[in-house]
Design a protein around this ligand. Structure first.
Ligand code: CP
Length: 319
């Protein structure tokens, strides 16, 4: 008699989301599937559900943000949590208080989840080792931006059904991009082939150890890819001049209407935002029929609801 072995149902166990490098395909898929379930809350007349009622979330942002901060705030509200908005400028950090003291003082008020954005790589990991609350990385230095990576793969999967076998180009300032790193981990784990594209000065030096191809020519790859993710030049992080002029960068690496004529007709054009219009892409492309940039933002809400829900659930299991 053949033995039928039942696979164990998957159970989410992480009370922190620090990066996608450490997640496997099953975990990433589980978050995406959970997000799919949350999508319909935003279409109801009463856009609220109770899973995080009574929980307190702090948006601990040491860097500016439009999408991530507001998306987490709205996601928390949709799940009935209370949200505290922390900004560096109006806090005691300006008087010299450290990150850990700030977090511990907020924790003393009874918070359950910290969503942190910080310019230092590893800031979220540091917090996760020193406080009891759940920690979600909303972007740390050049390291990771896991919820952006998740919403990017969610968007592709929603339109294409799967990432398996897709060719994806991530173009521009890869060296200073946490989005590129989180995208790379999520996309390759879900079976896509990723190519980093940019001038040699904006490709990370460790690229040989990463699961990606490299191209120094957008013209060489534009016809071949199913998805193109254009990154912002992170002027605030450039230490020197990585290319001779903005005009030259745009000429070789900008996504123009002219270049789009050579792309696959159904190519998905993505950008994490904020866009430098006219630099990494022309406005006609950013707002064109292949652009899914605003869909990325919409999907971010469901993905962040899923992440808040899952880390809270994991915390309840371990406590
Ligand atoms: N994509 C992204 O992180 O945008 P914000 O900086 O506006 O949050």
């Amino acid at each position: 008699m053949a033995l039928i072995r039942k696979s164990k149902p998957f159970r989410w166990r992480r009370k922190h989301l620090l990066g996608l490098r450490e997640l496997d395909a099953e975990e990433i898929t589980y978050i995406l599937d959970t997000a799919k379930g949350f999508e319909q809350i935003s279409t109801r007349s009463v856009k609220k559900a109770p899973p995080l009622r009574g929980k307190v979330i702090v948006n601990l942002f040491f860097e500016d943000s439009t999408r991530t901060r507001n998306s987490f705030a709205l996601a928390a509200s949709r799940l009935s949590a209370d949200i505290i908005e922390f900004t560096k400028k109006s806090s005691a950090v300006s008087k010299g208080e450290t990150l850990l003291d700030t977090a511990r003082n907020l924790e003393a008020m009874g918070i359950d989840i910290v969503v942190i954005r910080h310019s230092a790589a590893g800031a979220s990991k540091l917090l996760s080792r020193n406080i009891n609350a759940c920690v979600i990385n909303a972007g740390d230095g050049y390291c990771e931006h896991p919820t952006q990576g998740l919403l990017d793969v969610y968007t592709i999967r929603k339109i294409r059904g799967s990432l398996a076998g897709l060719k994806i180009a991530i173009v521009g300032d890869i060296a200073h991009s946490r989005v590129a790193r989180s995208d790379m981990w999520a996309m390759t784990k879900l079976g896509a082939e990723v190519t980093f594209v940019g001038p040699p000065t904006l490709i990370p030096t460790e690229v040989g150890r990463l699961p990606v191809n490299v191209s120094y020519s957008l013209d060489e790859i534009i016809e071949k890819v199913d998805v193109i993710n254009m990154l912002r030049i992170q002027f605030e992080r450039l230490g020197g001049n990585p290319f001779p002029s903005i005009r030259e960068y745009s000429h070789y690496f900008g996504l123009t209407v002219e270049r789009m004529k050579r792309a696959k007709p159904d190519i998905l054009v993505m950008h994490p935002g904020p866009i430098n219009r006219g630099l990494e892409m022309e406005s006609e492309v950013a707002d064109g029929q292949n652009s899914v940039i605003l869909q990325q933002v919409t999907n971010g809400l469901a993905v962040r609801m899923a992440v808040l829900f899952l880390v809270n659930q994991a915390a309840a299991q371990v406590s």
